[in-house]
Design a protein around this ligand. Structure first.
Ligand SMILES: [Zn+2]
Ligand SMILES: [Zn+2]
Length: 389
């Protein structure tokens, strides 16, 4: 009897722990030739102005099913100078130790954060975060005070230093604060200079779950890698408890820091926030086609020939599509078909009369953006040969 009770308790525990794991699991497919790694490349700990210890970020990332993170402390601001000794390599070192053998990759990074152009930037894949000059600062100890007059060279200092370390540099949250009101165009001459010097490589199109259309335009116009980061300073759970954590999907040849680095420099990313994906055409199409498989069956309904198309979505992402066929799409006004996550969606094509060898379905996927004003357009070529009649 007691054994039975123990067994039941064990089963209840097993079930509840599985459902807990399922809640935090984020299911997005690999794409042909690449692993899809889930990343967040911008967050803070007590080693700058965050309010958690680096090990908390590691546990949080594992809970949120991420593969790679970077703790990007401000090099010019210390939140707790009386308690925490200034060392911008420390959070990386603590996190790396905590993440050992847990399948989470830690990238050494920092945030360079002056409040004049070029504003905030992350530098990732550093070798040493303690050798970056911050000559534009008067004091960064518990308050952020820049010098009264700042030279261009002082602002350029940390960027030239990270270039020496072959860092990946990205423009963070463009327009946040609009500190310098004369910079109404957010891609300033300073950014152009960083681009010309081959320093600037990326831009944060989504920060803290907020999509930034200006940043998206900057990415497209200047050919920059797109990123989606939380920039979290506290525990991110309250902010994203009703959804998944916003993340940068990185399409990497291997599951290593080097693999992530190669992919970021090659611009192979997709941004996954809420039910949206933002990516360039190639990655957007590959992700959608890897998530959704399609098959067709010939069927007769009261001797009316039909084509029954089945879409199987093996991802967490619900796809809002508008479909077009040379036949009539039954039951979906305007061809608006929602392909629900982890489900099969059936679309019946009518007025077929004589069966074709293959048929084409055009699809616009409205929640996948390939440009600020443009959703993904793709097509399914479906062979109807050999399907039942
Ligand atoms: Zn920032
Ligand atoms: Zn930040």
């Amino acid at each position: 009897m007691r054994n039975k009770l123990a067994l039941i308790l064990l089963m209840v525990f097993a079930i509840s722990s599985i459902s807990l794991a399922q809640n935090s699991k984020v299911s997005v497919p690999d794409i042909p030739g690449y692993y899809t790694l889930k990343g967040d490349f911008h967050m803070h700990t007590v080693f700058s102005d965050g309010h958690v210890w680096p090990t908390f970020r590691v546990n949080e990332a594992i809970r949120d099913d991420l593969d790679v993170i970077s703790l990007t402390e401000h090099i010019d601001y210390e939140g707790f100078p009386d308690i925490i000794e200034k060392d911008y390599n420390k959070s990386y070192e603590i996190a790396t130790k905590a993440a050992a053998n847990k399948g989470l990759i830690i990238i050494r990074g920092v945030e360079i954060s002056p409040r004049v152009a070029p504003y905030h930037h992350n530098a990732l894949f550093l070798e040493d975060a303690n050798v970056l000059p911050t000559e534009y600062m008067k004091s960064g100890k518990a308050q952020f005070v820049m010098k009264d007059s700042i030279t261009h060279d002082q602002l350029m200092g940390p960027f030239l230093a990270v270039k020496k370390q072959n860092a990946f540099v990205s423009y963070n949250h463009p327009s946040w604060g609009w500190w310098d009101k004369k910079d109404t165009v957010l891609f300033t001459s300073f950014h152009q200079e960083l681009l010309d010097l081959d320093i600037l490589k990326g831009v944060e199109v989504v920060n803290s779950g907020n999509y930034n259309v200006i940043a998206h335009r900057i990415a497209m116009e200047h050919g920059l890698t797109m990123l989606c980061n939380t920039d979290e300073h506290y525990d991110n759970h309250p902010r994203y408890k009703d959804t998944h954590r916003p993340m940068t999907l990185v399409f990497a040849k291997e599951k290593t820091a080097e693999g992530v680095e190669e992919a970021l420099f090659a611009k192979r990313t997709a941004l996954y926030f809420g039910d949206y994906i933002v990516a360039r055409q190639a990655e957007a199409e590959a992700l959608f086609k890897s998530a959704v498989s399609v098959s067709v069956e010939r069927k007769l309904r009261k001797s009316e020939p039909l084509l029954v198309v089945k879409f199987v979505n093996n991802s967490d992402i619900p796809f809002e599509t508008r479909m077009k066929s040379e036949y009539d799409i039954e039951g979906y006004p305007l061809g608006k078909v929602k392909i629900a996550p982890h489900d099969t969606t059936q679309v019946i094509l009518r007025a077929v009369w004589s069966y074709p060898q293959e048929t084409k379905l055009d699809a616009i996927v409205e929640n996948i953006l390939v440009a600020p004003e443009e959703s993904l357009q793709t097509e399914f070529l479906i062979s109807t040969k050999g399907s039942h009649e």
